[in-house]
Design a protein around this ligand. Structure first.
Ligand code: ADP
Ligand code: MG
Length: 311
């Protein structure tokens, strides 16, 4: 039966570690992802695609920093919008081309997505997400004074700006997404966790923050009332005792089994942790969450690969 599926693409789908961030390289990766999306479309599902933007927004911030004497630098919300725009463009074009080759009739549309966060989210008290360039201690002090950035030492590599990572509360434009889905359209939305905005007396306003893409994916899946939320990453499965001789592949899990492994600390903070947190919270509502590799996405949807958490 046709299902509504939200697919969150991991960083690898656009740029792999150690690859140079040329458009050609990113496009080649995206074209491979597009093949997988087309396979899922062939299974007759309704699809929303969301994606990360870490390295891409990092490079935009760097361009801003390097050119700041000639072009005024843009704030983070605008940089997120820029990255959603160019990644969305490459993805939309790649999926469209693949869909046409396969003689499918679906359309593909990218939506710039504002994601509302709470102005009183505790994350604003304690920024945790490192972004952009590395600075010397002296430069870091200057940035902190001049721009009121919070600067932190990052694993012996230098100082970096850290920004808040608040929870997504409301994704804007969901009604339009649902309308498009019902019109045989693949929707690309919420890239890079979406553009963080807060609601003020005068309306929505961009804010300097980064929203975790897996949390936004889960929120998107809830708001479009998806049946399945998939996170495609660079491992085929989730493991317990990951990276040890005792590591064990997880295939099918109940919510309570997944929660027990989560509580026992099997999923690393900052990588698998947020994915499992999102998967459990989604599956709890009687839905299916899947974590698998990009290459096995279609098989995982058929229940033949990946790690599935069923509520
Ligand atoms: P993405 O860009 O797809 O969000 P992440 O690097 O954030 O990718 O998360 C995927 C990574 O999580 C894997 O490459 C793996 O190294 C790591 N990881 C941590 N704990 C686990 C686990 N228990 N099982 C599988 N992978 C894990
Ligand atoms: Mg991640």
């Amino acid at each position: 039966m046709a299902k509504r599926v939200v697919i969150a693409l991991g960083g690898n789908a656009i740029l792999k570690p150690n690859q140079s961030a040329t458009v050609e390289t990113q496009l080649a990766n995206i074209q491979l992802s597009a093949e997988q999306i087309a396979k899922i479309e062939k299974l007759d599902h309704q699809i929303v695609v969301t994606h990360g933007n870490g390295p891409q927004v990092g490079n935009i911030l760097r361009q801003n920093e390097e050119a700041k004497e000639v072009v005024p630098p843009f704030p983070l919300d605008v940089c997120n919008a820029e990255s959603q725009g160019f990644i969305g463009y490459l993805m939309e074009q790649s999926i469209k081309n693949k869909i046409e080759q396969e003689e499918l009739t679906s359309n593909v549309v990218t939506l710039l997505t504002q994601v509302e966060v709470a102005a009183d989210d505790p994350a604003f008290e304690k920024p945790t997400k490192p972004i952009g360039l590395f600075y010397s201690e002296e430069e870091a002090k200057k940035m902190a004074e001049e721009k009121h950035w919070v600067m932190e030492e990052d694993a012996g590599r230098g100082y970096r700006r850290v920004v808040p990572s608040p929870q997504p509360v409301t994704i804007h434009g969901v009604e339009s997404m649902v309308h498009l889905l019902n019109q045989n359209t693949i929707v690309i939305a919420g890239g890079g966790g979406g553009i963080p905005v807060v609601k003020q007396a005068e309306g929505l306003k961009g804010i300097e923050a980064v929203i975790d893409k897996d949390r936004t994916g889960k929120k998107l899946a809830e708001q479009v009332d998806a049946d399945v939320f998939m996170m495609l990453t660079d491992v085929n499965n989730v493991y317990i005792n990951y990276g040890t001789p005792e590591q064990e592949k997880l295939t099918g899990l109940s919510v309570s089994e997944a929660q027990a492994y989560f509580d026992a600390g099997h999923f690393a903070e900052g990588s698998m942790g947020p994915k499992m947190e999102a998967a459990i919270a989604f599956a709890k509502q009687g839905k299916t969450a899947i974590i698998c590799s990009l290459e096995e996405a279609d098989l995982a949807l058929l229940g033949e690969a990946g790690t599935r958490i069923a509520g």
